[in-house]
Design a protein around this ligand. Sequence first.
Ligand code: C2E
Ligand code: MG
Ligand code: MG
Ligand code: MG
Length: 288
Amino acid sequence: HADLAMYQAKESGRNGVRFFDPAMQLAVETRAALEADMRHAVTGKQLRLYYQIQLTSDHRPLGAEALIRWMHPVRGLVSPAQFIPIAEESSLILEIGHWVLETACKQLVLWSKHERTRNLILAINVSAQQFNKHDFVDTVSTLLHLHQLNPNRLKLELTESVVLSDVADVVSKMHALKALGVKLALDDFGTGYSSLSYLKQLPLDQIKIDRSFVSDVTTDPSDAVMVQTIINLAHNFRMNVIAEGVETEDQLNFLKQNGCMAYQGFLFGKPMPIDEFEALLGQTQTLA
Ligand code: C2E
Ligand code: MG
Ligand code: MG
Ligand code: MG
């Protein structure tokens, strides 16, 4: 009986004992199945990068954020919110992360061949484990050289969970990446716990205002203040700032009026396969 199971779960949970709860059991099984299948995701060529446009308020495309998708042979498209956290618990995230970096570099090579796409910046998400690997900077450097890429076309998005580990190590790695010419952004800004004194040590090019603040910016005064504060903070630290999750003209107008200069969100385009992205790019450039 569900109520009984829940009651027993609560009781035993209190004592820190493992318990049986049907819903949780299902989640555990799905998770285990995903984890097992994920071992084939990279080798079986089931991963894709989708591209979401980043642009200025006057419709000038700046580039894209690459967002991973898993084309599961049975489940169909699996979102990264479902599988990245699982991958992060094992070394699978390293394989996936490497595939993302390599695929992004190959895309940048293709873009470098055409006038229209030559100056685009491609952002990728880097997980904590990947960044913390001792040879991460070497890996990035090797790939950039191998593909003869202009390093400042590549942007690495780091979250506070990445930068909150060993401070000295993180700061020196970030400086080494900056020395290569790579751009660095802090993702999901405002949702973590990093202090201002910590933030000021980081050689960041950009901070990304988290979608959770943008979504209620026109209706919730405290989110409005939060967004204004983040924009001012970025400007005072001489970093640029991008708003993620922009869905409405009202949100865009608020952000514009408060000095935000770069945008990403469904208002401009969802993450999409490369051919659709390039078509969108053409339309956007015509509008500019
Ligand atoms: P993120 O890096 O913060 O990426 C932004 C997420 O917000 C994306 O979700 C994107 O589709 C979504 N988004 C953008 N604009 C809007 C909007 O206007 N409305 C709404 N409702 N959503 C919007 P997605 O693609 O599901 O990715 C979720 C998270 O998974 C990412 O958050 C990132 O943390 C992680 N992720 C995605 N790709 C990778 C990857 O290649 N490597 C790693 N380590 N993590 C990844
Ligand atoms: Mg991101
Ligand atoms: Mg984000
Ligand atoms: Mg996010």
